[in-house]
Ligand binder design. Structure first.
Ligand SMILES: [Zn+2]
Length: 108
């Protein structure tokens, strides 16, 4: 017979806490074996603010700032940008594309 949790709010809270504890145990064991794939997948469902909130405050600035790519217009964080490329601020993707184009045109 399958067991389903009885979902009154107190029981549900208890159930979730147990589940989270168990998941944390699993994360620890995955980390010990060096396997972060499942953890990264899981964290991809967590809203950005919550991920950010988990980090030390002094690192927030690094991720909070959003920059505009002059080529594709997308919003990027500082680490995804290349600044002052031919007077443009580009995301790394566009920058790589433009470097490639120049290479094809001018051979440099
Ligand atoms: Zn771009």
């Amino acid at each position: 017979m399958k067991w389903y949790p009885y979902l009154c709010s107190v029981t549900l809270k208890h159930y979730i806490m147990n589940l989270i504890e168990r998941v944390v145990e699993q994360i620890k064991s995955d980390l010990l074996s060096g396997d972060v794939t499942a953890l990264e997948e899981l964290l991809s469902f967590v809203p950005r603010e919550n991920l950010l909130g988990y980090l030390p405050e002094e690192e927030w600035e690094k991720y909070e700032n959003e920059y505009m790519c002059d080529n594709c217009g997308g919003g990027f964080i500082r680490e995804e940008m290349a600044f002052d490329v031919n007077d443009q601020d580009l995301c790394k993707n566009c920058n790589a594309g433009i470097q490639h184009e120049n290479f094809m045109k001018f051979g440099r």
